[in-house]
Design a protein around this ligand. Structure first.
Ligand code: MG
Length: 374
C-alpha cells in the first residue's frame, strides 16, 4: 500500500470522537465509522428513497442507496490516486445522503416550507442529526459517535446561524476554513455521480434524448468518439459507453487539476489544508462543461412535466402529513411525541424525513383514505 500524503487525515491527526471509545481491533477508526454507517437504519432506508424519480417509476433507476455506493466508488478511486484516506472518503460518501427526505428535492423543499417558522429543514444538517442523535443502536450513546472528520465531511454546507449552534463541527463556516481533502473529494464525487447517472436514467426513461444531449459539449464529444469507434453499437450500449467515458474524463481531470493545486498550495499538514483555499477542483475548462451539463439537466430533466407532476404529488403528501401531525400529536407513533410546540415540530420533521417514498405514500393513505384502516 502506498503511504498516505502527510496532509491526509489519519488516526494520529484526527480530532477523534465526542465520546471516547477503546481503539478498534483489526480495523481503523474510519473503517469503524464506515461499518457503523452501513449498519444504521437510515442507511438501509436509502434503498427506498429516490433522488429525481419516485421509486415506482421503474426498478432500474438509481435510488439513494445505489447513488451513495456510486459516490463512494468514485471518491475512493480519487482518494487513492491522491494518497488520501480512502476509508474516510468512503465513510463520508456513504453517509452524505442519510438525512434526505422521501421524494428527493421536492420532498426536502416541501418539508423546509412546512418548518419555516420552526428553524427550517435542510437535508445536509439532517444527515448530521441522524449520525449524531437520531440513530438509536448503541448502549453508551445516541447516534453513531463518528469521528470528527467524518461528521465534518457530512456537513457540506451550513448557514452561519446554524453553524453557530453546532460547536466544533460548525466552526469552519464561521472562520472561513476548509474541510479535509477527503471531504472535498466526497463532495465532488457526489456531483460526478449524480450528473452522470441522471443522464443515464433520463435517457432510459425517455424524458431526455441523445439528440438533445448533442447540445452539451461534454456529452457530444464523447458520443461522437463512441459512434465513430463502434458504428454498429446498439443505442443502449452507446449510452453506457458514453457515460462511462464521461465519468472517466471528469475523474481524470479532477485528479490532474487537484494534484496541480496541491503542488501550488504545498500543504505540509492537515492544518495547512484547512487554512488553504479548496484544492480539490476541476480544470476551468471542465468546470465550464460540467456547468453546461448541470443546466441542461435542470431544464430538460428536473423540470420535465412528468417529473414536476411527481414532485407536486410528493409535496402534497409531505405537507398533508406535516399538517395533520402538527394539529394532533397523538397521531404520531409514541416515540415521536413531544410536549412543547418547537420540539413537536422538529419531531414531526424527523419522523417525516426518516420515511421512505413508499412508507410516506402508505402513511398518507392510512391517514387520509377513508376506506383504509389506520
Ligand atoms: Mg448525493
Amino acid at each position: 500500500m502506498t503511504e498516505l500524503a502527510p496532509y491526509a487525515v489519519t488516526e494520529n491527526n484526527s480530532s477523534g470522537r465526542i465520546i471516547a471509545e477503546a481503539a478498534p481491533q483489526g480495523r481503523s477508526e474510519f473503517q469503524r465509522d464506515r461499518d457503523r454507517i452501513i449498519h444504521s437504519g437510515a442507511f438501509r432506508r436509502l434503498e427506498y428513497k429516490t433522488q429525481v424519480f419516485v421509486n415506482h417509476e421503474g426498478d432500474l433507476f438509481r435510488t439513494r442507496l445505489t447513488h451513495s455506493i456510486e459516490v463512494a466508488q468514485i471518491a475512493r478511486s480519487i482518494a487513492r490516486r491522491l494518497r488520501l484516506n480512502e476509508d474516510l472518503a468512503e465513510a463520508i460518501s456513504l453517509a452524505h445522503d442519510l438525512g434526505h427526505t422521501p421524494f428527493g428535492h421536492a420532498g426536502q423543499d416541501a418539508l423546509n416550507a412546512c418548518m419555516k417558522t420552526y428553524g427550517g429543514f435542510e437535508h445536509n444538517l439532517q444527515s448530521l442529526r441522524v449520525v449524531d442523535m437520531l440513530e438509536e443502536r448503541y448502549a453508551a450513546f445516541d447516534g453513531l459517535n463518528l469521528c470528527f472528520e467524518t461528521r465534518e465531511g457530512i456537513l457540506k454546507h451550513c448557514s452561519t446561524d446554524n453553524a453557530a449552534k453546532l460547536g466544533a463541527v460548525g466552526e469552519r463556516f464561521l472562520k472561513n476554513r476548509r474541510p479535509s481533502l477527503e471531504a472535498q473529494v466526497a463532495n465532488l464525487a457526489d456531483e460526478i455521480a449524480y450528473n452522470n447517472h441522471d443522464v443515464d436514467d433520463g435517457l432510459r426513461s425517455g424524458l431526455i434524448t441523445l439528440e438533445q444531449l448533442e447540445a452539451v459539449p461534454l456529452v457530444a464529444t464523447l458520443l461522437h468518439e463512441v459512434r465513430h469507434a463502434y458504428p454498429n453499437l446498439p443505442e443502449r450500449r452507446v449510452v453506457h459507453e458514453t457515460v462511462r467515458r464521461m465519468i472517466n474524463t471528469l475523474v481524470s481531470d479532477l485528479i490532474r487539476q487537484s494534484e496541480s493545486n496541491i503542488s501550488v498550495q504545498n500543504p505540509i499538514t492537515l492544518e495547512d489544508v484547512r487554512s488553504a483555499p479548496a484544492m480539490i477542483a476541476y480544470s476551468p475548462e471542465l468546470n465550464e462543461q460540467q456547468r453546461v451539463l448541470k443546466n441542461f439537466l435542470r431544464t430538460h430533466l428536473y423540470r420535465h412535466y412528468r417529473v414536476l407532476r411527481m414532485s407536486a404529488k410528493a409535496q402534497r403528501i409531505i405537507s398533508d402529513l406535516f399538517g395533520i401531525f402538527m394539529a394532533d400529536s397523538r397521531l404520531l407513533p409514541p416515540q415521536f411525541q413531544r410536549t412543547t410546540e418547537a420540539d413537536h415540530a422538529r419531531a414531526v420533521a424527523d419522523y417525516i424525513a426518516g420515511m421512505t417514498d413508499r412508507y410516506a405514500i402508505r402513511e398518507h393513505r392510512r391517514i387520509f383514505a377513508v376506506e383504509e384502516t389506520a
